[in-house]
Design a protein around this ligand. Structure first.
Ligand code: ADP
Length: 273
């Protein structure tokens, strides 16, 4: 289930006074099973980019191949693509709306046409995967804590059994402990399921721990696309484009590679910075 982007461009409101080129000539390949971090300052094009991956936004020009197939070709099954590439939006808890958590997580599989029993089975499995305790299944989503809401929302996407899980700033608004917990859970999901994970963030700390590869966006373009340590080694350039604590993150990764027992977490990096 590889994803390939070829010369992707996207322009918001073309031909108007608000015209804005949000993506410029993006070429990327994401093989199946990788844990990819997309990082960049606010406004660098991260959200615009990921919304292309499941066809929510159609590129102004360029091509996207999902598993070798051009998603813009006539007759391509976009509905199927949307269930295969699960997108967890920023502040996903704003989309929780059913009476209880279980019903909310059932929503996706219900739309996919599964029977009520199958939906419940899928929902329970997804909730277990995100580590939400059974006592919350019948609670209103609004009674949950911030971190629990986030887990419920991620479960809602997982219940559709995607091959690719894309998360836009999954730690936004959480405290360092909540951030570490959610990121640990995402890493666990990546290990448990044969799934590609694409994690979007504006913070180095979130990405530092797990990503196999980092894509750095700047002004709608891909600035770096490499192993984390190689990317972090450009810490001066990263600082210049407004990313926090790249040098600390680089040092921690360097020590880790040299065999020191360094646990790089959001908490440690935040404290060191
Ligand atoms: P990021 O996710 O990195 O913060 P975005 O993809 O949201 O970046 O935004 C990239 C650029 O596109 C920014 O300059 C932003 O202002 C602009 N943009 C985003 N959404 C819209 C929109 N709906 N209409 C016009 N411009 C937009």
């Amino acid at each position: 289930m590889s994803i390939k982007l070829e010369h992707l461009n996207y322009i918001y409101s073309p031909g108007t006074a608000y015209e804005k080129q949000a993506l410029k000539d993006i070429c990327l390949e994401i093989p199946h099973g990788e844990f990819v971090g997309i990082i960049g300052h606010t406004g660098s094009g991260k959200s615009t980019l990921i919304q292309h991956l499941n066809g929510l936004i159609r590129a102004t020009s360029g091509t996207i191949y999902y598993n070798g197939e051009d998603i813009y070709k006539e007759g391509y099954d976009m509905k199927k693509l949307r269930s295969q590439v699960g997108l967890v939006f920023q502040y996903p808890e704003h989309q929780l709306f059913e009476v209880d958590v279980l019903s909310d997580v059932c929503f996706g599989p219900k739309n996919q046409g599964f029977s009520p029993e199958e939906c419940e089975e899928k929902a329970r499995e997804a909730l277990k995967l995100v580590g939400l305790k059974e006592k919350y299944y019948k609670s209103s989503p609004f009674e949950l804590s911030g971190g629990q809401k986030r887990r419920a929302a991620i479960a809602g996407v997982l219940a559709m059994d995607p091959n690719v899980l894309v998360l836009d700033e999954p730690t936004a608004g959480l405290d360092p402990k909540g951030r570490d917990e959610i990121l640990d859970q995402i890493a666990y999901l990546h290990q448990q399921r044969d799934m590609t994970v694409i994690l979007v963030s504006h913070s180095m700390e979130d990405i530092a721990k797990y990503a196999d590869r980092l894509i750095v966006m700047n002004k709608g373009q891909v600035l770096y696309n490499d192993r984390p340590k190689m990317v972090f080694s450009h810490y001066q350039e990263l600082e210049q484009i407004g990313l926090a604590a790249p040098q600390v993150t680089y040092i921690m990764h360097d020590l880790k590679e040299k065999g020191f027992d360094v646990k790089v977490t959001a908490t440690t990096v935040a404290e060191a910075a």
